[in-house]
Design a protein around this ligand. Structure first.
Ligand SMILES: [Zn+2]
Length: 305
């Protein structure tokens, strides 16, 4: 055995358990904070989820937790891949809590119909502080930080129209924030057939990308809000042509009823069953890198009138 080979073996052996232990600790610590913050999710319930450390980190170094519901190949080939995201905005508590409720259903009934990646809290720094905030720890609205055409110019104009509302600050550049960069990479790697992102409190359903979104999920009705520079719907849905369902719950601080939570879920599964996969989504991923490069190349350019 050469010395190099010996050293590599030792390092792998020593590193793996350490890495696993620190990752487990990251999940444990964050579940403590989530459980103490959210009225609808106890520490115990969070710990029981079996969430994993994605190794994605927030500005303050907190883990972006996720859970995979993998293909059950002995039973069936999954019909599609679904990415489910909550807590992009840290002050929309219900948009995190409902993901935990839906995970409870998946824990029990995951049948392998879909391959899920579930991210209950994309913005841990925003939620897990004394006064929860829409923004991440750099004061950036993560839903304005995704790459879209002429990002610099268009987000600046848009932000100006809001009167430079700090709650809408798009950041210094597209994907400047670790949370949005992680999400974008997750989309590129996982290649979901549909992205479902949960927000509050507008009480509607929005959809970006081809072909058409669900008309209703529970009591929520489709109402196309339009897109904003730097939003997930604009970036993934309009630019990359990946279907994005945006669920806007009616209240940020009050969970929908149990019946509504269940009905939204069954309506969503029903729609996914009928609308995935689409050949055009597969084609969209073939063009992902090219579109990304184009978007970044023009992100600081000024649009010709
Ligand atoms: Zn939101």
């Amino acid at each position: 055995m050469t010395l190099n080979f010996f050293l590599i073996c030792c390092c792998v052996f020593l590193y793996a358990p350490y890495s696993q232990a620190s990752s487990t600790k990251a999940v444990h610590d964050e579940c403590l904070r989530i459980g103490h913050k959210l009225g609808s999710v106890s520490v115990h319930a969070c710990l029981q989820q079996g969430l994993k450390d994605s190794t994605g980190r927030s500005v303050n170094g907190q883990s972006i937790l996720f859970k995979e519901y993998p293909p059950l190949l002995k039973r069936r080939t999954p019909q599609g891949r679904i990415l489910l995201i909550g807590g992009t905005h840290g002050d929309e508590y219900a948009a995190v809590s409902i993901i935990f409720r839906w995970m409870k259903i998946l824990n029990r009934y995951h049948s392998g119909l879909f391959h899920w990646h579930v991210v209950p809290l994309l913005n841990p720094d925003g939620l897990l502080q004394r006064h929860s905030s829409r923004l991440n720890a750099h004061g950036v609205d993560l839903n304005r930080n995704m790459p879209t055409p002429f990002w610099q110019q268009r987000t600046t104009v848009y932000w100006g129209k809001t009167g430079h509302d700090p709650r809408r600050y798009p950041g210094e550049s597209a994907l400047s924030e670790p949370e949005s960069a992680w999400l974008y990479q997750e989309i590129r790697d996982f290649k979901p057939d549909v992205i479902v992102s949960v927000h509050a409190p507008y009480g509607v359903l929005d959809f970006d990308g081809p072909p058409h979104g669900p008309k209703t999920l529970g009591a929520l009705h489709l109402h196309l809000i339009g897109t904003y520079p730097g939003s997930l719907g604009n970036s993934a849905g309009v630019q990359h042509r990946i279907p994005v369902v945006t669920v806007e719950l009616p209240y940020a601080g009050i969970m929908p009823s149990h019946a509504q939570t269940m009905k939204m879920w069954t309506d969503l599964i029903d729609w996914l069953r009928k609308n995935t996969p689409k050949e055009e989504t597969r084609q969209a991923y073939l063009a992902f890198d090219r579109i990304h490069e184009d978007l970044m190349a023009i992100s600081t350019e000024v649009e010709k009138p």
